[in-house]
Write a protein that binds this ligand. Structure first.
Ligand SMILES: [Zn+2]
Ligand SMILES: [Zn+2]
Length: 230
């Protein structure tokens, strides 16, 4: 109670203070848009044609992960996710994880995963930011689903450039060899990678490669947001 008084809660969408126990302010209730059906059976993105199983992107490129789902359309939560990562708002993990479990809980169960593995940050970035947003999300999802988090087996061993400043080819090159999976994970069969955003899938693919090299066969993912099909 005292904590709430000293550190009032902020609306995760507009970043303004909110009174009481509300999770989101009244003005922002309708802003985050769930990814509407039909969704790509591979990446979870909305597709326009309900006769198609996959989006254009997944029809074109091969992915290393098994499949994944995302909660919101990226445009609708872009600023919020930016604050979550770059404006010291680690507490937004709670709001997002709660909704991931609320809306994607059935799919999470179907994955029958042994563990949640957050996409790691490079140590230099972790030190600068003070937290890894994906790890916070994984912890909150774990609390609500009982699936354990493994956050010390997948490491980011290469300092990569920021993906959003690069084109598709550069993105892939930038990430080659970015992740290393320790032998601790060898007994795992099915895992769920957790990340904040799915853009082209390059990061999740590269992480999936590291897991495949350790014999993990089913690699799913959960992300807060995903872009639209291009
Ligand atoms: Zn708001
Ligand atoms: Zn897709």
């Amino acid at each position: 109670m005292l904590e709430r008084f000293l550190f009032p809660r902020r609306c995760p969408i507009c970043d303004d203070f909110i009174a009481g126990d509300k999770k989101i302010c009244e003005n922002c209730v309708g802003i985050p848009r769930l990814v509407p059906a039909p969704r790509c059976m591979k990446c979870g993105k909305n597709i326009d044609d309900s006769n198609e199983e996959f989006c254009r992107d997944c029809n074109r490129d091969r992915h290393f992960f098994t499949r994944g789902v995302a909660l919101y359309e990226y445009d609708s939560v872009k600023d919020s996710l930016n604050n979550f990562k770059n404006a010291s708002r680690p507490e937004y993990a709670e709001y997002y994880a709660e909704n991931i479990v609320k809306y994607l809980g059935e799919t999470i169960k179907e994955f029958e995963a042994d563990a949640l593995i957050p996409i790691p940050l490079h140590i230099s970035k972790y030190k600068k930011r003070g937290y890894n947003q994906s790890e916070l999300l994984a912890n909150e999802i774990s609390k609500r689903t009982g699936i354990p988090v493994l956050n010390d087996c997948l490491k980011r061993v290469k300092k990569t450039k920021e993906q959003k400043k690069l084109n598709d080819t550069e993105r892939q090159k930038n990430l080659v060899g970015a992740f290393h999976m320790s032998e601790k994970g060898v007994k795992l069969e099915k895992v769920i990678l957790v990340d904040d955003v799915y853009t082209t899938g390059a990061t999740l693919d590269e992480a999936a490669k590291a897991l495949l090299s350790r014999g993990i066969t089913k690699i799913y993912y959960l992300t807060v947001a995903i872009g639209t099909d291009v």
